[in-house]
Design a protein around this ligand. Structure first.
Ligand code: PLP
Length: 283
């Protein structure tokens, strides 16, 4: 099946869709992005993703002329052309052409939208849960961590470590040893029936799925709170799970080699997973 992409006004088969070699995204990592999940032709939590996209653009002083409906219809069209009804869609915006200077040369921003199939995600990840590692280096923020910027090298390195340890994801701590988030997902623990997650003020991405889970917990009357967690707290958790737009809610059953609780997905995680699936219509 041929996948389609959108680049600067054109819808093209992915293999023919290109960006100039002197793009600032490539040369400088000068870009922002969103990854969204499209299900049956519509994007989950699109307004929230769009608001975060606009905010990222504003904070990095990048022009973002696309309206929400325009962006949404581009995402829907590439999925339609690609014959995908359940897809991960990546929206990337760069500051345009690199002209040998870090300064903004007034070049128009460049929008690239791509999609991929998520139907092949192994269902066992949800029924059996995943093991995660803890990154060997802390996450330090040079810029506002709420900006969803394309500079993901620390996350990539953390994920490579996880891969080498046979783990699915890697958990970042800050320089004070406080839990932040995973390389590309938000982190949640469960202790004595209460859902715990690190507060945004520590410097993490305000995950759209994280916010949805907090809302669902409230609706379902599951106690939840934002709290600082450190490695010894992780060892005392009964359950843990991760969230992201593409993966939804996924149980974590082992952290740095230590089983979480009974070492299998627990009842609170299962309740949240069920509520999230009901809300989004995912299988
Ligand atoms: C660092 C980081 N934290 C959290 C998330 C989850 O955010 P969302 O639920 O908006 O996908 C992501 C997703 O890419 C991420 O990269």
């Amino acid at each position: 099946m041929i996948r389609f992409a959108y680049v600067q006004g054109e819808f093209l088969p992915e293999a023919q869709a290109t960006v100039p070699v002197l793009d600032r995204g490539l040369m400088l990592g000068d870009g922002i992005f969103e990854t969204v999940r499209l299900k049956d032709g519509s994007i989950e939590f699109f307004d929230d993703h769009y608001a975060r996209f606009c905010r990222s653009a504003e904070l990095v002083r990048m022009r973002q002329p696309w309206s929400g409906p325009e962006l949404e219809s581009i995402c829907a069209k590439i999925c339609h052309l690609s014959h995908l009804t359940d897809a991960s869609v990546r929206i990337t915006l760069t500051r345009g052409a690199y002209k040998g200077t870090l300064s903004d040369t007034g070049d128009p921003p460049r929008l690239v939208v791509t999609c991929s199939d998520v139907e092949r995600t192994d269902p066992k990840l949800y029924t059996e849960g995943v093991a995660i590692s803890i990154a060997s280096f802390p996450k330090v923020h040079a810029i506002d961590p709420s900006i969803k910027a394309t500079q993901y090298l620390p996350a990539v390195l953390a994920r490579l470590e996880a891969d080498s340890q046979g783990c699915y994801e890697s958990l970042f701590l800050d320089p004070k040893g406080r839990v932040l988030e995973l390389s590309s997902a938000s982190f949640f623990g469960v202790k004595s029936g209460q859902i715990l997650t690190p507060p945004l003020r520590l410097g993490l991405l305000p995950g759209i799925t994280r916010a949805a889970v907090m809302r669902l917990a409230k609706q379902d009357k599951i106690p939840s709170k934002e709290t600082v967690l450190r490695v010894p707290d992780l060892n005392g958790l009964d359950e843990a799970f991760l969230t992201s737009a593409v993966r939804g809610v996924m149980p974590i059953v082992r952290i740095a080699g230590v089983p979480v609780g009974a070492g299998r997905p627990g009842p609170v995680t299962s309740r949240i997973l069920k509520a999230f699936r009901q809300e989004t219509g995912r299988k």
